[in-house]
Write a protein that binds this ligand. Structure first.
Ligand code: ZN
Length: 308
């Protein structure tokens, strides 16, 4: 445990002593990690989702509603990830005290590929389809791009500096040193993933788009969609074809998602099953270094199965 980790762990455990510290609420584990890297011990950072709770469709419990109503600042992914959060922020009148990172300046957003919706959209008139596209077509898993993480720690530092100018230099220094580490991690991951660029793989849930794009990987398909919906019959047929045609070297389950269909296809066709991916950090302890661990671990999991 490094010094910063120790400070944060203490801050979380010693609630009463920190009673006057501002309370920052975050939605998912990777965002929690990025925020704690910047704020250090200057605020009490809380993680809204419990371990294992699905970020795409979570139900609000009373304790979570209380945390939301008592927070001084909400730093969260964005409505493309959690439509419910946007309503809650409005309900609790927190819109001026919230920062949706997907909507913040300089964020790189990729379009979702939409293998499910294409058919449905064809039945709508063009105007409706476009309106739906502008919201739905964004892949919300944008933290899986290290350049976004670099941008976001700076965005978080700037926001905190406005809110708490007294500690501005501290926030800025923390953001800079995190960004430097992210650049190094990016190079490390590029090296780790270079030998497996051409190896086809299928994931349980379509969360890895940013990472696949950043390192030029060969993602063949995903069992469930970007917003974690089950595949249609046509999509199952398409998946089956990819497995049968030997386009797939590994199938990767994902923590929090049902691995059954992918595992069945893999077993029927002799495709290897990799260790479970955890792009949301659901299985990791919420610590400041969670983000860097989850990126490194994702790359290593892909490499371990695909390089053999
Ligand atoms: Zn997801």
């Amino acid at each position: 445990m490094n010094r910063l980790t120790a400070v944060i762990a203490t801050a979380l455990l010693v609630g009463p002593a920190e009673a006057d510290a501002p309370r920052i609420l975050t939605d998912i584990a990777p965002i929690y990690s990025l925020v704690t890297l910047v704020v250090g011990d200057k605020a009490k950072v809380e993680l809204m989702l419990d371990k294992g709770q699905d970020p795409h469709s979570f139900q609000l419990r009373p304790s979570q509603a209380r945390a939301l109503s008592q927070s001084d600042l909400i730093i969260w992914t964005g409505p493309q990830m959690q439509p419910l959060m946007e309503d809650l922020i409005a309900t609790y009148d927190k819109s001026t005290q919230s920062l949706a990172l997907l909507q913040s300046q300089g964020t790189y957003l990729r379009q979702a590929e939409h293998n499910e919706h294409d058919h449905e959209d064809a039945h709508e008139d063009a105007e409706t389809a476009n309106a739906a596209l502008s919201q739905d077509a964004i892949d919300p898993h944008a933290w899986l791009d290290l350049k976004n993480a670099q941008t976001w720690v700076q965005t978080i530092a700037d926001r905190l500096s406005t809110q708490d100018p007294q500690h501005s230099a501290f926030y800025q220094t923390n953001a800079k040193s995190a960004a430097v580490r992210f650049v190094r991690l990016d190079a490390e991951m590029a090296k780790l993933l270079a030998p497996i660029k051409n190896k086809g793989f299928v994931v349980s849930h379509d969360a890895l788009g940013y990472l696949v794009q950043a390192y030029g990987l060969n993602l063949v398909d995903a069992v469930s969609t970007i917003d974690a919906q089950s595949p249609s019959a046509a999509h199952v047929a398409q998946l089956n074809k990819a497995f049968v045609n030997q386009e797939v070297v590994c199938f990767f389950p994902e923590i929090g998602h049902d691995p059954k269909l992918g595992a069945q296809l893999a077993n029927l066709t002799g495709v290897k099953i990799g260790a479970p991916l955890d792009p949301g950090g659901l299985g990791l302890a919420p610590m400041p270094d969670l983000y860097e661990n989850l990126m490194r671990q994702t790359a290593q999991t892909l490499r371990d199965c695909l390089a053999e």
